[in-house]
Design a protein around this ligand. Structure first.
Ligand code: SF4
Length: 348
């Protein structure tokens, strides 16, 4: 192992200040904006977050605005980012900040962790970047960098490994203040760029090369060690895009589980052929006027993959709809339909 007080911080910070990507959340010390960026960046690429981050902060510039926003509007702002429980937890946490903390974010890791959706990593990231507190923020990028630095072959998906690496990085933190504001960003930046996940590490330009055991022992490319993921479950679905003039039928998904409470096109399990689709429409009391298209689409979630066929059908006006169904404008301006259905949204 590297010795505890090796000079990690100074070369890393010097490199970061020269080479950091210019990202909007790196220009602020506002805990609200930093928190929004950190939640959006969970499981989502930087390039995909940029537009959402700007729109979100324009629509909801303060924690008070987020606490008070209508849920449908919030979902619409989040539409396409996925993992919608993140947005609901954001609002829950914003409401707690308003109700319990007078509109100010708690200035401690423990206080931040008491808010919905904020775990060890996010609390450390906000505490350091917004308040300059001495706190580590260990994400997948940091685990990869540390496993290479230490030439450690323990499985990084295990909590025990994360605990060991966190304790090690805690021993490398600079004092509270400006260096600390950038330290965690620096390790993550290294893990997102030179020491990245999908290609060989670019050790030649790395500020930590002289201290890196993975580099000196030639093992860096084989690290980190990660247990293989379980294969995703596949689910077949038949999706109904039922339109009548400039309206389309939607229904709300259940209050818990995948894509909870978002709007969706009516759908059933399995792949139905046209005869079975006609039978299903009849069971719903819906009269088709014209069959327009048959579409196919796949959507991959973390643990499940949807394999969908969809039927676009113009139907006769219907008022006696199944419970929970609504007529929406085909522009879908007021309804957040998750990107799992984007192929069918495009067909509108
Ligand atoms: Fe990663 Fe190479 Fe730097 Fe080691 S020297 S931290 S393996 S980029």
């Amino acid at each position: 192992m590297l010795k505890k007080n090796c000079e990690l911080a100074q070369p890393l910070l010097a490199w970061y200040r020269e080479n950091a990507r210019d990202l909007p959340w790196r220009h602020t010390q506002d805990p609200y904006a930093i928190w929004v960026s950190e939640i959006m960046l969970q499981q989502t690429r930087v390039a995909a977050v940029l537009g959402y981050y700007a729109r979100f902060l324009t629509a909801l510039p303060t924690v008070a605005d987020l606490a008070a926003v209508d849920e449908d509007k919030l979902m619409k702002l989040w539409q396409g980012l996925g993992y919608y429980s993140r947005a609901r937890n954001l609002q829950k946490a914003a409401q707690a900040v308003m109700a319990d903390h007078g509109g100010q974010f708690p200035q401690s890791v423990e206080g931040l962790k008491a808010l919905a959706g904020i775990g060890d990593y996010t609390a450390g990231a906000i505490a350091s970047a917004a308040f300059g507190l001495q706190a580590s923020a260990v994400d997948g990028n940091v685990l990869r960098v540390v496993s290479r630095l230490l030439d450690c072959h323990d499985d990084i998906t295990l909590p025990a490994t994360k605990k060991t690496f966190t304790a090690w990085i805690d021993g490398q933190l600079p004092p509270a203040g400006d260096d600390m504001r950038q330290f965690n960003q620096g390790v993550m930046e290294l893990g997102a760029t030179l020491c990245g996940p999908n290609s060989a590490p670019q050790c030649e330009g790395c500020p930590l090369q002289s201290q890196c055991l993975g580099y000196s022992r030639g093992t860096a490319e084989t690290l980190p060690v990660k247990a293989p993921k379980k294969p995703r479950r596949k689910e077949e679905k038949t999706v109904f895009v039922l339109t009548c003039r400039d309206k389309v039928l939607l229904r709300k998904r259940p209050a818990t589980g995948l894509l909870a409470k978002l709007w969706e096109f009516p759908n059933v399990d399995g792949h139905l052929d046209e005869t079975a689709v006609a039978d299903q429409l009849e069971r719903w009391g819906i009269a088709p006027v014209q069959w327009q298209k048959r579409l196919t689409a796949t959507h991959i979630f973390t643990h499940v993959e949807w394999d969908m066929v969809g039927y676009c059908v113009e139907i006769a006006p219907a008022d006696d709809l199944p419970e929970g169904w609504v007529w929406a404008e085909t522009a879908l301006d007021d309804h957040a339909v998750p990107s799992a259905f984007s192929r069918f949204v495009a067909a509108l």
